[in-house]
Structures are given as structure tokens and as C-alpha cells.
Design a protein around this ligand. Structure first.
Ligand code: ADP
Ligand code: MG
Ligand code: ZN
Length: 640
């Protein structure tokens, strides 16, 4: 939010570039008008000449005593210059019958040269034939003259803009592009960061270091140099770093790891040098390197870091080591992937303080939602508590996005304030995609979808370790034909193998229901994303959680950790690889079997639910409850 309000210098530069282009166009237009004025003026000169009949012109031209010095013929026009004058003062027009020669205008001086021509000119007029110039010719001439000028003007204004921008940007390659959020920018404080109390607690200490360094120095305490904010994307790491700067009221130099890699070799390192020297000059201050994993990934991981990144990383290490204890500069960095960072960064004296920024719990989600709905008009029926409950696993950024989508939805619907329906629509839109009411399904497709979703719902409802069914709909949304929503588990840190197996079974419920009702041969593509989810959950249960029957309690490090078996290119042998595949298949077969048992035992409930869905399209918790309550768990589907 705050980020959107703060005016970044780059935005202002863009404005300059636009106004420069406008200025260029205006300048070119003025030039164009000036050119047109000149041409019109020349034509005005013609108008002032006196018109003489052609017969008279011919007669005077052929008279040795006549006063005509020169006749310029342009198409139908004759311009006549009198002896002793240097501008034409008379004009005439051909009358159209034959050439001027036919009519008796003789060019006596034609083909004469030197003295003879001079003598002839004193007696008879010279006759000059000029190529015809039409109006379009003039326009074309002007265009050819003016267009390059316009192009030049635009080019120069662009260059000017570049030069302005270059003062602290692209042309000064080695200079860091760190943005400075000085005191004039809109401040972010801890108030803007909801939840995450423990991270804020840790950072409050940092703020205190920056505000009262003496207090710590007196007691011989070492001021921390590097603070690493680690956490999932969108959890508010960048926001927190800015809040620290806002709270401490010190200059904040921020740069993103990916920016280092943008330009030429060696630039990254010199940018780091520049960044640190700027920060030292402005001490006490904060350097914030966002997404530091972009430059500081493990140097020994497969493929290795690029040479350029390595130089940049080394320079960061050198600068941090070179800090005096009282430099007053604190380096903060943020990353989504601590496991990917080069260990050298995490040693004492470098980023030795770790602050974990976690996904918000329900209470925190409510706080974040309140922050983002603050200042937006909302109806009394808006239930943020329910939204907080539904959004387990969402990050702060996701919640901010829902709040924004809700406002957009309300505006689109022409509401004066955001209603709960707008909020629900925004939540579902963010989770899955926009509703596609316009997508026409024929009766057969609707029926298949109804049974598919009913299958998910019945299986999910019956299995003891699955979350409750919250809502079922057969209105297409995003790329799905329908959706069954389960209320996510209440922020538990661990999931049991029973829960995971129930998730697999309920995911299979859709496809299995289709099979039971429409026969084994009528499988549709509607279940492909369910099957993908089953495959990836089953794989991680086997590889990462050690939940396979024959691979219990053994895990295989993730593919990006750098541990590889040479023969397979994977962190396990060929034999193990086959075992893993077999275990994954076993899990999904078991899931399909359990789903089938549940649905066969509850055929009546399945039919009823599908029927209600076809009639009402969407069923909420309260409407689902009476239908589902008679469903029973057959003992064959029990796990424990
Ligand atoms: P990260 O850097 O961890 O990827 P950001 O700090 O960029 O995440 O967060 C993105 C946006 O999400 C923020 O600008 C803010 O609007 C919202 N947000 C994230 N966490 C919070 C929070 N704890 N309180 C309020 N807003 C948050
Ligand atoms: Mg960030
Ligand atoms: Zn499905």
C-alpha cells in the first residue's frame, strides 16, 4: 500500500520524458508552420504581378525595341522580367492552343554563347523553360524537409532525457542504482505491518541500535552488521525492512539482487562498492539487499554461480568485513530461499542475525485484512473473520490482493461499498480464477460436473481426517468446470499421514464418481488437475516425508541442494527410483480404492447431492449439511 503512495524518482523521470517528447513535437510543428509561411509568401509575390495578354507578350518579345529581358515559362504560366529589373513584374498565361513557338514566340538567343549571347540579351528576351511545380510537389518538398527535422527533434529530446536519467542511472554503470528513501518519502512504520509480532520484536532491537548506538557501545556490545529476513514470498519482508528504516528514521538504500546481474561484467562488484560508500557517508543508515539469493546462491551448487555473481557476492563479503564496529551502517537482506544462500554469507560478522518472517496465522491474517480494508468503504455484512479462516496458507501479499480485488469487484458491480459477496468473489477469483458464467455447458457436461464435484464432497465429508466441506459449485471458474471448497486445516504445523491420505482420496473422488455413474470407459479430461495434485502430493510424501511403506523414514534431499548420484543425475539410485515410482503408484491406487468404497457405500447421498447441484449450481455449508449428514464411512475405507 505504502509503496504505491511513495513517489519514486523513476516515475518522475518518465514524466519528463513524455513532456520532452511533447515539446519536441510542438517545436517541429512550429517549424512546419514557418516553412509553410515562407512558401505561401513566395506565392504572394506572384499575386502582385500585373497580368498581360499573351498576344501582347509575344509581340513585345519579338520587338528589338521591346522592354522584356527574360520570360520564365512554368507550365501554363509566364513570368516576365523587364529590362533593368531583377524580379518578374508581369505575368501571363498560355491560351492553350499549340506551343509558344507555334504562336510566334521566338527564342532568338537560343544556342548563342559568350559575347553573342550578351548582345542578343540586350535586344531580345531570354526564354527559360522551368519544370512544372504543382501544389503536391510543394507539400512533398516541405514534408521531406520537415520530417527529418521532427525526427531529429524527437531524437534529441530522447537523448536529453537519457542524459538526465544517466545522472544516477544507466550511464554511470558502476554506480549503484540503490533507491534512497529519505525522510521526505512516505514513511512505512511497524503499524503498517500487521501480525508477525516476533519478527517485529527482533527488528525493534535493530531500530534501537540505529537510534542509540552509544548505549550499546558503552557496554561493549557489538552492533549487529547483517540482518537476514527469511520467509516465503509475499510475507512482507520488503515491507518490514522499509518499516525498520521508517522507525529508525535513517536513510534507507535499497537494491534488489537481480539488479546487480543486469549489466556488464564487473559492474555488480563496483555497484556494491558504491552502495556501501554511499551508506557510510550517510551513516547511520540501512542498506537493504532484497532477494539476495539472486547473487548469493551457493557457489558449489550444481551449475555453480556465474563468475559475475561470484564477484558481486565476494564484494559484499569484503565490504561487510571491512566495516568498523562503529560505522553505523546495518545491512539488511531478504530472501525466500535461505537454503540456497552461500554459507559464507551466514558466518558471524556477516548476516549473523536471522529474522524469520512466517506465513500469517489466522489471527494475523485478520489483522492484515484489517490493514488492507482500512480506508475502503465496507458493508456491515462483510465478515473478515470468516475470510481469515478460509485463507490458511495465504501470504500477506495474497490477502492484500484479495482486498484490492474485492474493491475492484464492488466497483465493477456498481456497489457503493464492498459487500460480503464481493469479498467472497474476490477470494475465489484470487484462489482459482474468474467465474466464467458465459461458458456454456450442455446437459451432459453439467451432469458429469455435478457428479464429479459431489464425489469430491462426499469422500471429503466422510473421511475422518479430511477437512470439512465448505462449499460446492458447478459454476465454471478459471480453468475448472466446478469447485469443491474444503475449509483449510487450522494452521497446524504438521500433517499426519492419515490427513494426507484422506486428501489424496478426496481428490480421487471426482474421477471415481464419474466412473461409477457413467462407466469406466467414459473418463473425461475434467479430472486432470486432480490427478496432477495427487501425483505431486504422493511424490512429496514419498521423497520428502519418508512416508512410503518400503521407504519409511528415509528422505531424498530436494533437487536443488546439490546432492546428486552420478549415474542417475538424481539424489538417489536407479533402484531407489523404481521403488519411489512403485510407492507413488501404491498411494494413488489406495486413494482411488478408498474413494470408490466410500462412494459405493453412499450412492444415495452422491445422487442426491448431484441432483441438488444441478438444481441450484452452488451449495453452501448450511445447505450441504442436511444432504451429507447421512453419509457413512465403510470400514473397508478406514485407515485407523
Ligand atoms: P516479500 O518481500 O516478503 O515478498 P512484500 O513485503 O513485498 O513481501 O509484501 C508484498 C505486499 O503484501 C506488501 O506491500 C503489503 O501490501 C502486503 N503485506 C505482506 N505482509 C504484510 C503484513 N504483515 N501486513 C500488511 N501487509 C502485508
Ligand atoms: Mg520482497
Ligand atoms: Zn475435481
Amino acid at each position: 500500500m505504502a509503496e504505491k503512495n511513495s513517489k519514486k524518482p523513476t516515475v518522475q523521470k518518465n514524466n519528463t520524458s513524455i513532456s520532452n517528447t511533447v515539446r519536441g513535437i510542438v517545436f517541429a510543428f512550429v517549424l512546419f508552420c514557418f516553412g509553410m509561411f515562407l512558401i505561401t509568401n513566395m506565392n504572394l509575390g506572384n499575386v502582385q504581378k500585373t497580368e498581360v495578354p499573351i498576344s501582347e507578350v509575344i509581340q513585345r518579345a519579338n520587338d528589338p525595341e521591346g522592354n522584356i529581358a527574360k520570360i520564365t515559362v512554368t507550365g501554363q504560366n509566364l513570368d516576365i522580367t523587364l529590362k533593368g529589373k531583377d524580379q518578374p513584374t508581369e505575368t501571363s498565361r498560355k491560351d492553350g492552343s499549340g506551343t509558344l513557338y507555334d504562336q510566334g514566340l521566338v527564342d532568338y538567343c537560343e544556342k548563342l554563347e559568350g559575347d553573342e549571347l550578351k548582345k542578343c540579351k540586350d535586344t531580345y528576351p531570354v526564354i527559360e523553360y522551368k519544370e512544372e511545380v504543382d501544389a503536391w510537389g510543394i507539400v512533398l518538398d516541405v514534408a521531406l524537409t520537415v520530417l527529418p527535422i521532427i525526427a531529429l527533434v524527437i531524437f534529441f529530446s530522447w537523448m536529453m532525457h537519457q542524459a538526465t536519467a544517466a545522472n544516477n542511472q544507466s550511464m554511470s554503470f558502476g554506480k549503484s542504482r540503490a533507491k534512497l528513501y529519505g525522510p521526505d518519502k512516505k514513511k512505512v512504520t511497524f503499524k503498517d505491518v500487521a501480525g508477525n509480532e516476533s519478527a517485529k520484536q527482533d527488528l525493534t532491537e535493530i531500530v534501537d541500535f540505529l537510534k542509540n548506538p552509544k548505549k550499546y557501545e558503552k557496554l561493549g556490545a557489538k552492533i549487529p552488521r547483517g540482518v537476514l529476513l527469511a520467509g516465503d514470498p509475499g510475507t512482507g519482508k520488503t515491507l518490514m525492512a522499509r518499516a525498520v528504516a521508517g522507525e529508525a528514521d535513517v536513510p534507507f538504500f535499497s537494491i534488489s539482487g537481480s539488479e546487480f546481474a543486469e549489466m556488464f561484467v564487473g559492474v555488480g562488484a563496483s555497484r556494491v562498492r558504491d552502495l556501501f560508500s554511499k551508506a557510510k557517508k550517510n551513516a547511520p543508515s540501512i542498506i537493504f539487499i532484497d532477494e539476495i539469493d539472486a547473487v548469493a546462491h551457493k557457489r558449489d551448487a550444481r551449475g555453480g554461480a556465474g563468475r559475475e555473481d561470484e564477484q558481486t557476492l565476494n564484494q559484499i563479503l569484503v565490504e561487510m568485513d571491512g566495516f568498523d564496529n562503529d560505522s553505523g551502517v546495518i545491512v539488511m537482506a531478504a530472501t525466500n530461499r535461505v537454503d540456497m544462500l552461500d554459507k559464507a554469507l551466514l558466518r558471524p560478522g556477516r548476516f549473523d542475525r536471522h529474522v524469520n518472517v512466517t506465513l500469517p496465522e489466522r489471527k494475523d491474517r485478520l489483522e492484515i485484512l484489517k490493514v488492507h480494508f482500512k480506508g475502503k468503504p465496507v458493508e456491515a455484512d462483510v465478515d473478515l473473520e470468516a475470510l481469515a479462516k478460509k485463507t490458511a496458507g495465504s501470504s500477506g501479499a495474497d490477502l492484500a490482493n484479495i482486498a484490492n480485488e474485492a474493491a475492484i469487484t464492488a466497483a465493477r458491480e456498481g456497489h457503493k461499498a464492498i459487500s460480503n459477496a464481493d469479498v467472497t468473489e474476490a477470494f475465489e477469483r484470487v484462489a482459482i480464477g474468474p467465474e466464467r458464467k458465459s461458458k456454456v455447458m450442455n446437459d451432459k457436461e453439467r451432469k458429469i460436473t455435478a457428479y464429479h464435484e459431489a464425489g469430491h464432497a462426499v469422500v471429503g465429508h466422510v473421511l475422518p481426517d479430511s477437512d470439512p466441506v465448505h462449499k460446492v459449485t458447478i459454476i465454471p471458474r478459471g480453468s475448472t468446470g466446478g469447485v469443491t471448497w474444503f475449509l483449510p486445516p487450522e494452521d497446524r504445523s504438521y500433517k499426519s499421514i492419515y490427513e494426507l491420505k484422506d486428501i489424496l482420496a478426496r481428490a480421487m473422488g471426482g474421477r471415481v464418481a464419474e466412473k461409477i455413474i457413467f462407466g469406466a470407459d467414459s473418463v473425461t479430461t475434467g479430472a486432470s488437475s486432480d490427478l496432477k495434485n495427487v501425483a505431486s502430493l504422493a511424490k512429496s510424501m514419498i521423497i520428502e516425508e519418508g512416508m512410503g511403506d518400503s521407504l519409511r523414514n528415509i528422505v531424498f534431499p530436494g533437487e536443488d541442494t546439490g546432492y546428486y548420484t552420478i549415474t542417475t543425475g538424481k539424489p538417489y539410485s536407479e533402484k531407489t527410483s523404481e521403488l519411489i515410482d512403485a510407492e507413488i503408484k501404491k498411494l494413488s491406487d489406495e486413494a482411488a480404492k478408498r474413494a470408490e468404497e466410500v462412494l459405493k457405500a453412499n450412492r444415495g447421498v452422491l445422487d442426491k447431492l448431484a441432483e441438488e447441484l444441478l438444481a441450484h449450481e452452488t451449495l453452501e455449508e448450511a445447505e450441504l449439511e442436511p444432504i451429507l449428514k447421512s453419509a457413512k464411512l465403510p470400514s473397508i475405507a478406514k485407515l485407523h
